[in-house]
Design a binder for this molecule. Sequence first.
Ligand SMILES: Nc1ncnc2c1ncn2[C@@H]1O[C@H](COP(=O)(O)OP(=O)(O)OP(=O)(O)O)[C@@H](O)[C@H]1O
Ligand SMILES: [Mg+2]
Length: 213
Amino acid sequence: MSVRIVVSGTDTGVGKTVFSAALAGALDGYYWKPVQSGLDEETDSQTVLRLSGLAAERVWPEAYRLRTPVSPHLAAELDGVTIDHRALEAPHTDRPLVIEGAGGLLVPLTRDVTYLDLMARWRLPVVLCARTALGTINHSLLSIEALRARDVPILGVSFIGEENVETERIIIDMGRVKRLGRLNYLAPLTSAMLRQAFTDGFDIGDFVEERAR
Ligand SMILES: Nc1ncnc2c1ncn2[C@@H]1O[C@H](COP(=O)(O)OP(=O)(O)OP(=O)(O)O)[C@@H](O)[C@H]1O
Ligand SMILES: [Mg+2]
């Protein structure tokens, strides 16, 4: 069975999609966004296709494509759709799979169920994407506590942004988690720049070893 990894984050807009594109590309794997809210702008799957260098068939189709860029529970209601969370199963693929959640851990999928509930059911290792900017310590430690409280395995934290050694250190030490690496803000953000930044900032072995299964 191939490695399956969930990429979550401390918040919306932290860089999960960019990181997922880099990771899925480095793993030569698949990418899956179970629920996409908002179809007017480039979707996360389209961004990953553009940035990862992967072929289109490596982007697994979303289970739900909802029109409005709001929380999935509301986006579904606005579209008159009910998200059947029990049917949201992580696919088994012949190559590694990177799954991107929406927003942060406690984002509601329905009025009763959050993404964290789904992760607790899947029990797949989670990469927590965290900013290096001010405010990240609280968000990161809260997210780590929430994952632990539900026995979700934490692969480690991937930092995104400019170097901030002390901030990273306190999150890693107090959270007792592995630092997977840091992705700088890239300008321009191109597929080639992203591939290089991932190679420079991360050890692919951290994502493919036995404990990542
Ligand atoms: N390493 C980076 N270098 C340059 N720009 C970045 C980087 N990471 C993220 N961005 C930019 O920041 C914005 C948010 O990033 P991204 O879409 O990856 O966040 P997200 O956590 O996936 O958000 P969502 O919760 O909406 O899925 C995008 O415009 C993206 O291009
Ligand atoms: Mg995203």
